[in-house]
Design a protein around this ligand. Structure first.
Ligand SMILES: Nc1ncnc2c1ncn2[C@@H]1O[C@H](COP(=O)(O)OP(=O)(O)OP(=O)(O)O)[C@@H](O)[C@H]1O
Ligand SMILES: [Mg+2]
Length: 216
């Protein structure tokens, strides 16, 4: 696979950017890919969470706090950028740099009303909308979640996948249990589809196809 740079963006706070960055980092590492993790948020949550697995993945995981132009030539297969909850210069540079920027979105109306602002920001950078897919975080069968899902379809926002909301993830981040040794097959299962959709979409983008990037 060609080197891929993925950013997690959203100016709405607490929607799961860092959790998504950690999941993708783990998925790539478990698939024997090398990862350069760049923590662009001064909160340093990404760095702290990755410190639990740093020893386990010595040699394949590198963590840093700033994005530099030469990172484009790094030896790693994946560059994963966790952005702060602000649409400022840092996020703009990350979006410019990234091949794909994932926007985690919770099923609530404030998250949705923010999405228009996010897409205007991103489109100013000249990226194709298909390079900025939504990741649905914590969508269940509630009426609100279904309504929000319907709006995503109507507005034709591309969707890269979903992240289930459960208690296992924060528990593991905080206590460094599964995260310290890698996701088990069971814990990994919900994210397999998202991971392969990202890889598949990227390959199609490299071939110049931006229209069918995320399938249905
Ligand atoms: N899929 C999930 N399952 C369970 N908890 C989650 C999930 N995603 C996020 N959380 C929890 O929600 C909270 C916010 O998540 P996270 O820190 O990833 O969001 P963020 O967008 O990076 O926040 P910020 O904007 O502050 O950087 C955390 O406590 C995290 O553990
Ligand atoms: Mg964060």
């Amino acid at each position: 696979m060609e080197k891929i740079a993925v950013a997690a963006i959203n100016h709405k706070g607490g929607v799961g950017k860092t959790t998504l960055s950690i999941i993708l980092t783990q998925m790539a590492l478990l698939k024997r890919q090398k990862v350069l993790a760049i923590d662009l948020d001064p909160q340093r949550n990404f760095t702290d969470a990755l410190s639990f697995i740093a020893d386990y993945f010595k040699g394949t995981l590198r963590v840093k706090a700033t994005l530099e132009p030469e990172d484009a030539e790094c030896e790693e297969d994946w560059i994963i950028l966790d952005c702060p909850p602000v649409l400022g210069d840092i996020t703009r540079e990350a979006v410019d740099f990234a091949d794909i920027a994932l926007a985690p979105v919770r099923p609530d109306f404030f998250s949705l009303s923010n999405l228009g602002v996010l897409y205007s920001f991103v489109e100013e950078t000249g990226k194709d909308r298909n390079q900025i897919p939504v990741v649905k975080v914590g969508y269940d069968t509630s009426r609100l979640a279904r309504m929000v899902e319907q709006i995503l379809v109507e507005k034709q926002y591309p969707v890269a996948g979903r992240v289930p909301l459960n208690r296992l993830i924060p528990y593991n981040i905080t206590l460094g249990r599964i995260w310290s040794t890698g996701l088990t097959a069971d814990a990994r299962r919900p994210f397999e589809q998202m991971y392969s959709r990202i890889v598949g979409a990227y390959e199609r983008m490299l071939a110049g196809d931006f229209t069918t990037s995320w399938g249905d």
